[in-house]
Design a protein around this ligand. Structure first.
Ligand SMILES: [Zn+2]
Length: 452
């Protein structure tokens, strides 16, 4: 990793966040969008055809371009990406990695391949060039409200799903260790103490697990960074009190680095990394907190390997009022979506073990390509009801897929010491029109009240 490049990025990103006026943001976005569209028309067969005869002279022109969604992105994967990647090969690679729990290394030594389940339950495959993932930690640093006075950073990153983007970071004043969120709580605390961790990055459901151990953390944390799940305001305050530290949020999706926190602790859209459009139910653009948007389109301004232009997201955001930090980047009051519950299952030591929805999603979607959609409902701490919608299937296929899934889940859960009853049935699943509130995982609250 090039540390000088990182420092340059850091300064630039800081300047954008705090110095850009609204006009400068719009001018910057227009110029980035024009470059992106021009590049994509030239290097991506899909966009070359889609935008033929169209030109972007203004943001209004840009907003007239046809939008895409995950289905379209996957159907045209080979023609959308600009690096000659083939879906069949990339998918094979991603599934094999998942099956072997081998999360390191880059595809063709150049790309991080991300897998997500998204709305339809089908796999979404996202390509990020290595050169870009190496720069992302500086994006995080510039957009975390941390300053150079907080150096050195000793970060423990608890990853729900491993990916290789962060493995390389070991610069002089920045040290990053990572652990799986499935690691036992005592081991996490030991690592925090042994490595003198001062920044903890974890989903809120995991921070909640650490609450009863807050007193055993020897050196106070400087910051907790919450990600991957919605962080409720009450919970944020509770974490701040219990750990005696700041708690901030970052909002990152497979599609891009959507939001990060400013020095006043509020979440802003990263207007220089993504272009976010919000529309109401009548298709009118929205720039205020009310009403809440029904459509959110994202354009990733920095990833040209797999250009995502006017891509329809499943998440929705609610905008907030302007922020006292002085930034003109729009404020995110709330992220809607990502509503899945964490499942808590009893393990062989009779302890409730959290099982994260995105981990389990990946077990399910990498079992068979025929699983179009699924839903997991927990009926007790040792029993799951799983409904799968199997694509174009005969009774025979359905039975075979059910059996395959049962075997797979039994093995995966067993590796965490969990022997659960699995009731798997096949059924057509109809998705609601708005995905923002939809839950694919419905859990039970953990019995053990974690009072703090
Ligand atoms: Zn702010």
């Amino acid at each position: 990793m090039n540390i000088f490049q990182g420092v340059r990025d850091y300064r630039l990103l800081n300047r954008h966040l705090y110095r850009f006026s609204n006009e400068e943001i719009r001018a910057f976005q227009l110029s980035e969008l024009q470059k992106l569209v021009g590049f994509s028309m030239k290097h991506s067969r899909f966009y070359g055809d889609l935008y033929e005869g169209l030109s972007v002279e203004s943001l209004e022109d840009f907003r007239q371009l046809p939008s895409i969604n995950k289905q379209i992105m996957m159907d045209h994967f080979d023609d959308i990406n600009t690096c000659g990647l083939k879906l069949a090969e990339v998918r094979d690679y991603a599934v094999q990695k998942e099956l072997h729990r081998d999360y390191l290394g880059y595809y063709q030594d150049q790309f991080v391949i991300g897998l997500s389940s998204g709305t339809s339950g089908n796999k979404g495959i996202y390509v990020t060039p290595k050169s870009m993932t190496e720069r992302l930690p500086f994006v995080f640093l510039a957009r975390s409200g941390l300053s150079s006075r907080d150096l050195p950073f000793r970060i423990l990153f608890l990853l729900r799903v491993f990916s290789q983007g962060f493995e390389d970071i070991n610069a002089p004043l920045i040290n990053l260790n990572y652990l799986s969120t499935m690691t036992p709580v005592d081991e996490i605390v030991r690592q925090i103490n042994d490595d003198r961790i001062n920044i903890l990055m974890a989903p809120p459901s995991l921070v909640r697990q650490l609450l009863p151990r807050a007193g055993t953390i020897k050196r106070p944390l400087r910051m907790i960074v919450s990600y991957a799940e919605v962080l409720e305001k009450e919970e944020k305050e509770r974490f701040q009190r219990s750990f005696g530290t700041r708690v901030i949020e970052i909002y990152q999706a497979s599609e891009g680095q959507i939001g990060s926190t400013c020095r006043r602790g509020n979440l802003h859209i990263n207007e220089d990394l993504v272009y976010i459009e919000l529309y109401d139910k009548d298709g009118q653009p929205l720039d205020r907190p009310e009403p809440v948007a029904t459509t959110m389109l994202l354009t990733n301004l920095i990833n040209t390997a797999q250009p995502l232009i006017r891509y329809e997201m499943n998440d929705l955001i609610q905008l907030g009022e302007s922020c006292p930090c002085g930034s003109s980047f729009r404020v995110i009051d709330k992220v809607l979506g990502r509503n899945d519950d964490v499942l808590y299952l009893t393990n062989r030591n009779n302890i409730l073990q959290p099982v994260y929805p995105d981990l389990m999603s990946r077990w399910i979607i990498t079992t068979s390509d025929s699983i179009r959609e699924f839903r997991v409902t927990q009926t007790s701490y040792s029993r799951l009801e799983i409904t799968i919608d199997v694509l174009d299937s005969t009774g025979e296929t359905r039975a075979a897929v059910t059996e395959q899934l049962k075997t797979r889940l039994t093995i995966e859960l067993s590796s965490y010491g969990i022997d659960a009853d699995l009731d798997i049935r096949t059924e057509a699943i109809r998705l609601p029109e708005t995905m923002a509130k939809y839950k694919r995982f419905i859990g039970l609250a953990p019995e053990a009240a974690d009072d703090s």
